[in-house]
Write a protein that binds this ligand. Sequence first.
Ligand code: ADP
Ligand code: MG
Length: 355
Amino acid sequence: MAEDRKQAQQTSGVTPGRRESARPQDPLSPAMDRPASLAVAFQMDALAGIDIDADSSFALALEAQRRGHGLYHYAPEALTLRDGRVYARGRPVKLQRDYTRHFELGDWETIDLAGLDVVMMRQDPPFDMAYITATHLLEKVHPQTLVVNDPANVRNAPEKLYVTHFAEFMPPTVITSDREQIHAFRKEHKDIILKPLFGNGGADVFRITEQDENLNALLEMFTRLYREPIMVQAYLPEIRNGDKRIILIDGEPVGAVNRVPPPGDARANLHVGGHAERAELTERDRQVCRAIGPALRARGQIFVGIDMIGDYLTEINVTSPTGIQEIDRLDGVSLEAQVWDAIESRVDASGHLPE
Ligand SMILES: Nc1ncnc2c1ncn2[C@@H]1O[C@H](COP(=O)(O)OP(=O)(O)O)[C@@H](O)[C@H]1O
Ligand SMILES: [Mg+2]
C-alpha cells in the first residue's frame, strides 16, 4: 500500500508521504506493523475530559485500536498548512476502557496528514470559523487520506440547514431574523420552539406559547447573542414521547435511541436531563432514511445521526454525531464496528489498503 502510493506521489512530483513515520512507533501500540493496519488520526478535543461510557469518538477509537490500526490524537487547533501540505502536531495514543486511566499518550510528533490512511474529524461544536477553517485544511488531503466525514460536505451541511434539503419531512419551520415573520408564524401555529441556528445540546432552545408575553424580549436577547437568523418551529407535542436519534452508516440506518425529556422541559438532550431509551425504527423512520440515505452516501457522509420527533425530521448531524454507546448498550450491538467496516471498505476500494 505505502509503496504504491509513494510511487504515485513521486511520479506526480509530490513530496513522498511519510507513511512509515506517520505510523506510531511507540511500544504502546504493538499491533502497529500488521500489514493490514491503517494509520489513523482522531482530530478531537482533549481526551482527559471525555466520558468513556458516553463518548462516541472513544468507542470509535477503541474499535480502531482493536483492529490493529495505529492511532494518533491531535487537537483541532494543531493543524498547520505549509507549502501546500497539512501537518498536525499530535501524539500516538493507546486507549483502554478503564476509569482510572483511559488513555496513554506517546511522544509529540509532527504528522504529515498525507501519510495517514484515515482522519476522523470528531471535534466538538461550536460550528464556527475555526471549525470551517479545519474543514478547508482537511479538504487538502481528502480523499487520498480518507477524512470522515468528507470535510467539504461537513462544511456544507450544518445540521439545522442541511435538513431543509428534505423539507417535506420537517415540521413547519421558518428561518429568519424578521420579527414580523416570527410573530405571524406564532399566530398561525400558536405553540412554537425557537432555537439558535448553530446551537447544539439544547442550549437556548425555548418553547413559547400563544399568550406568552416574552417573545419580543426573547428576540432581543437572540439578537444580542447571535448574528444568524433564528430557527422557529411549530412545537411538536410528540416530543413528550421523545426525540429519536437514528444512526446511519453509509446512508443505511443501523440503530436508534430515543431521548425522552425530563418533566417540565421540552428539551430531550441527554446533557440537560433527557434519558435514553431503547427505540425501534418505524415505517416513517425508514421512509425518511430511504429518502436521505443516497445523498449522505454520495457526499461521503459515512457516519451520520438524524433526529426524529414523532414523524418529523429535525436535524441531520454530520459534524460529529453521537449515540453509538447508548445504542450499543440498549441493543447489544457494536455500531463502531460497522463504522469501521464502512471506512475500511472505502479505503480498500480506493487502493490504500493492502491485500
Ligand atoms: N419542534 C419542536 N417541538 C418540540 N420540541 C422540540 C422541537 N424542536 C426541538 N425540540 C426540543 O428541543 C431539543 C433541542 O432541539 P434540537 O433541534 O434538537 O437542537 P439541538 O439539539 O441542536 O440543541 C430537542 O431534543 C427537543 O427536545
Ligand atoms: Mg438535537
